[in-house]
Design a protein around this ligand. Structure first.
Ligand code: PLP
Length: 479
C-alpha cells in the first residue's frame, strides 16, 4: 500500500468511529500534514481518493467535508438479497431464436426498418465517404467527428441544456455510451440502482462489470418511486444509478420536470452518478420534447447517453455520451474497448443531419408510431382476455402487457414461438428473471392482415395460458 492509500484508510477508520461526522469539515491539507507528518502531496492525494470513493466532498474555497450520506459507507449494508445477475444467456437465446425473417417480430428491440430514411442515409454515406481522406481515421479518434458533436450539442442547446461539442463523446451506439459511463462511475462490487422493471441492457452491464443491482420501484402509472430511491440511497452505498427519465423502457413513462429535478437534487446530496439512458428522446408523443434530467445537473454528475439507433438507423451503431468534465476519462475507457466508432458512418450521419431533413423525418416517424400504437392497443383489446392490462405510453414503440397471476410469460413466449410469433417475456426485464406476468410487444409494425392474425393468435394463447394456469397446468397451447 502506498503512503496516501495508508493515510486514506486511517481517515476512513476515523470516519467510521465518528471522530469526523457526516457533513463535518475535516482539517485542511496543510493542517493534516503538520499533525500527521505525511507530506502535503500525500495528504492531498488521500483526500482526492476519498472524494472519488464518496467519503469526502470538496467545496471550493472551503475545503474538504465528510459526505452527507456517509452512513451508507460506514455501516455494513444489509446483505443483498440479490443473486449475481445472469441475464446474458437468456437474452442471447431469445435473440437467436427470434431473428428468422419469417417470424413475426413483435419482440424486436428496434422499430420497423421501413420507417427509416434508408435512401437518404445511403446517399449521405456515399457522399461523405468520397470526401474521406487518409487522415480521417486519425482525426476522428475519440471524442469523434466534430460536426456530429456540434449538431448534437445544438439540439441540446435548443432544449435549454447548455453543452458544447467538447462535452460530447461519440460512441458505437447507445449501449456503448451507457456501458462506458457505468464503467467510469463504478468499480467491481459496487452497488448500482436500476428501475424495477428495467431495460435488460442495464442488467447485462451489471453482470459484465460484476456490480450489485439495487432495484428501485417503478410503475407505468407512477413512474420512478423517488421515496424508494431515497430509502435505498441511505441503506446501500450506491455509487451510480442507471435510469431512464424519458419514455422508460419497457414501462413507457416520462417523469415530470419537477421529478427530474428532485431526482438530480437527491443524487447530488448523496454524491451519486446518474447514467441517464435517453435513447428514446426523439420518440415522444407530447407537444413539446421532454428535457433530460441532465438539464438540472450543475456538477457533471449526470452522464447523458443518446443514440441514433431508435430514431434514424439502428444498424449504423452511432451513439454518444454528454460527459462534460469526464469526457477525457470516458475517452480513455473507449481506448480500452472499441477505440472509436466507425469513421465513415460518423461522417455519413453528420452529412445527413446537415442536409437530409432530419426533423421532417422525426415528425413523420412520431406520427406513424402514434397511429400504430393505437392500432395495436385496439387489436389487443379485441383479441386478448379482458383481464389483460396494457400501457398507453407517451412515446417509443413498446407496449407492456400485464396478465393476472398465475401466468407464465416464459411458457407463453415458447408457445408463441412455435407459431412463429416472437414476443419478449417479462423475465428479461428484472435481475431475478422471475417476472412471469408480463410481456413486451413492439408496435412499430403496420397492423396489416398478417400482424392482425398474429395478435389474434397471441390473444388465444393468452386465454389458454390463463385457463391452464387456473387448472394448475403449465401449458398455454391452444387446443
Ligand atoms: C433503453 C435502451 N437503452 C439503450 C439501448 C441501446 O441502444 P443502441 O442500439 O444505440 O446501442 C436500447 C436498445 O434496445 C434501449 O432500449
Amino acid at each position: 500500500m502506498t503512503k496516501y492509500q495508508l493515510f486514506s484508510e486511517e481517515l476512513k477508520e476515523h470516519i467510521r468511529q465518528q471522530i469526523w461526522r457526516s457533513g463535518e469539515k475535516i482539517p485542511s491539507v496543510r493542517a493534516s500534514s503538520q499533525q500527521t507528518g505525511y507530506g502535503t502531496a500525500t495528504v492531498l492525494q488521500a483526500y482526492q481518493l476519498l472524494e472519488s470513493e464518496g467519503w469526502l466532498i470538496a467545496k471550493p474555497q472551503s475545503g474538504y467535508f465528510v459526505a452527507p450520506n456517509i452512513q451508507a459507507l460506514t455501516t455494513v449494508p444489509p446483505q443483498s438479497t440479490q443473486a449475481p445477475v445472469r441475464i446474458n444467456d437468456l437474452l442471447f437465446d431469445v435473440f437467436q431464436r427470434t431473428k428468422d425473417s419469417d417470424i413475426v417480430p413483435f419482440s424486436s428491440a428496434f422499430p420497423d426498418s421501413s420507417l427509416f430514411p434508408q435512401q437518404e442515409l445511403v446517399r449521405s454515406l456515399s457522399s461523405a465517404s468520397r470526401k474521406m481522406d487518409n487522415r480521417s481515421a486519425l482525426t476522428h479518434l475519440p471524442p469523434g467527428n466534430h460536426d456530429l458533436r456540434r449538431i448534437i450539442a445544438q439540439r441540446y442547446v435548443q432544449q435549454g441544456l447548455h453543452v458544447g461539442p467538447d462535452d460530447i463523446v461519440i460512441t458505437s451506439g447507445g449501449l456503448d455510451a451507457l456501458n462506458l459511463s457505468l464503467q467510469f462511475a463504478t468499480q467491481p462490487g459496487d452497488y448500482v440502482a436500476v428501475e424495477s422493471t428495467t431495460f435488460y441492457g442495464a442488467l447485462q452491464a451489471i453482470e459484465r462489470l460484476k456490480l450489485i443491482p439495487v432495484e428501485i420501484k417503478a410503475s407505468a402509472d407512477g413512474g420512478l418511486d423517488l421515496n424508494d430511491l431515497a430509502e435505498k440511497l441511505s441503506t446501500y452505498p450506491i455509487k451510480a444509478c442507471w435510469l431512464m427519465t424519458n419514455v422508460q423502457h419497457p414501462l413507457g413513462y416520462t417523469l415530470s420536470q419537477a421529478r427530474k429535478q428532485a431526482l438530480v437534487d437527491m443524487l447530488r446530496q448523496h454524491q451519486v452518478f446518474l447514467v441517464e439512458d435517453d435513447v428514446y428522446a426523439e420518440l415522444y408523443f407530447s407537444a413539446k420534447k421532454p428535457v433530460p434530467a441532465k438539464v438540472y445537473d450543475q456538477q457533471d454528475q449526470v452522464l447523458l447517453c443518446g443514440s441514433f439507433s431508435k430514431c434514424l438507423s439502428p444498424g449504423f451503431r452511432i451513439g454518444w455520451v454528454v460527459a462534460g468534465k469526464h469526457s477525457k476519462a470516458i475517452q480513455k475507457q473507449q481506448f480500452l474497448s472499441t477505440i472509436s466508432s466507425s469513421v465513415p458512418v460518423q461522417l455519413g450521419i453528420s452529412h445527413y443531419l446537415l442536409h437530409g431533413g432530419y426533423d421532417n423525418h422525426l415528425r413523420k416517424l412520431r406520427s406513424t408510431l402514434q397511429d400504430r400504437k393505437s392500432a395495436m392497443i385496439h387489436a389487443i383489446r379485441r383479441y386478448f382476455p379482458d383481464s389483460t392490462t396494457v400501457t398507453d405510453p407517451a412515446g417509443g414503440y413498446f407496449l407492456w402487457l400485464t396478465f393476472p397471476a398465475p401466468f407464465d410469460s416464459h411458457a407463453f413466449y415458447e408457445q408463441a414461438l412455435e407459431k412463429r410469433i416472437a414476443v419478449a417475456p417479462g423475465t428479461l426485464f428484472n435481475s431475478r428473471q422471475d417476472d412471469l406476468r408480463h410481456i413486451r410487444l413492439n408496435y412499430s409494425y403496420e397492423m396489416n392482415e398478417e400482424n392482425l392474425i398474429a395478435l389474434s393468435t397471441l390473444g388465444q394463447l393468452a386465454k389458454a395460458c390463463l385457463s391452464d394456469s387456473s387448472n394448475q397446468q403449465n401449458d398455454c397451447s391452444v387446443k
